[in-house]
Design a protein around this ligand. Structure first.
Ligand SMILES: Nc1ncnc2c1ncn2[C@@H]1O[C@H](COP(=O)(O)OP(=O)(O)OP(=O)(O)O)[C@@H](O)[C@H]1O
Ligand SMILES: [Mg+2]
Length: 227
């Protein structure tokens, strides 16, 4: 469904990704691991076309992702939750959800409330006054407003208390299993993420050094040596 073919990318002439190729199938839940600066966010940005210098190609459901055309690319069914709690702090929870819905009916908000009751509870509250975990849930709800077929998440657990991490991970499992939404998640919290994905990809200095079942990665005694 999402296919990277020989992707090399970088910023201002400095290469970051080197000849990265992999395919993500419909319905899969895949984790991307790697140290700070390995190129994980760059990899996600390539999937929505948010990057200037690319060779190789990314295709989504058989059609190329067009570099620079993020809005057009994401409208094809890609939900992107960027790094950090990306919510409109001054707006209420409901307003955040409504404006994220693009051309989808406002009634979609009720679906999101059913999935995350905490957002219904806080519906009229300014998003900036929510806790970090609640803001992350809201950012997730905002991405789901457009009914994406694939959800890309960039470090959703950063800065969250362990119990909140469990909540966020559990909701991702529900989204993946119950609605068949494909999930690609970049994470630093490896144990919490391995529990919810079936496959892991490890990126080291812009190259894929492991791509296989998460169980296989879990079993590796020198797990950290892979990074
Ligand atoms: N806008 C930019 N301009 C110039 N260099 C950049 C830019 N964004 C990222 N880089 C560089 O590209 C490299 C990879 O960055 P990237 O953000 O993809 O890594 P990452 O694996 O997501 O790291 P982190 O875990 O810290 O989020 C880093 O060396 C970074 O400094
Ligand atoms: Mg990053």
């Amino acid at each position: 469904m999402l296919s990277y073919k020989g992707i090399s990318a970088g910023y201002a002439g400095v290469p970051v990704l080197h000849d990265v190729s992999f395919d993500i199938a419909e319905g899969e839940a895949v984790a991307i691991f790697g140290h700070n600066g390995a190129g994980k966010t760059t990899l996600m940005r390539c999937a929505v076309g948010d990057i200037a210098q690319v060779s190789g190609s990314v295709s989504y459901r058989g059609e190329d992702i067009v570099p620079g055309a993020v809005f057009r690319n994401t409208r094809r069914g890609i939900g992107f939750v960027p790094q950090g709690h990306n919510v409109f702090r001054e707006l209420s929870v409901r307003q955040n959800l409504t404006i994220s819905g693009l051309h989808h009916p406002e009634s979609r908000v009720e679906d999101i409330y059913a999935l995350f009751p905490i957002l219904l509870e806080r519906s009229n509250q300014a998003a900036g006054s929510l806790s970090g975990g609640q803001q992350q849930i809201l950012a997730l709800g905002m991405a789901l407003m457009t009914k994406p077929s694939i959800l890309l998440l960039d470090e959703p657990s950063t800065g969250l208390a362990p119990i909140v991490v469990r909540d966020v991970m559990a909701s991702l499992t529900r989204i993946n299993r119950d609605t068949g939404t494909t999930v690609m998640i970049v994470e630093q919290n490896i144990p919490a993420t391995l529990a919810i994905v079936s496959r892991a990809i490890v990126v080291k200095a812009g190259r894929v050094v492991f791509d296989g079942p998460s169980r296989e990665l879990e079993r590796k005694e020198d797990l950290w040596g892979w990074f």
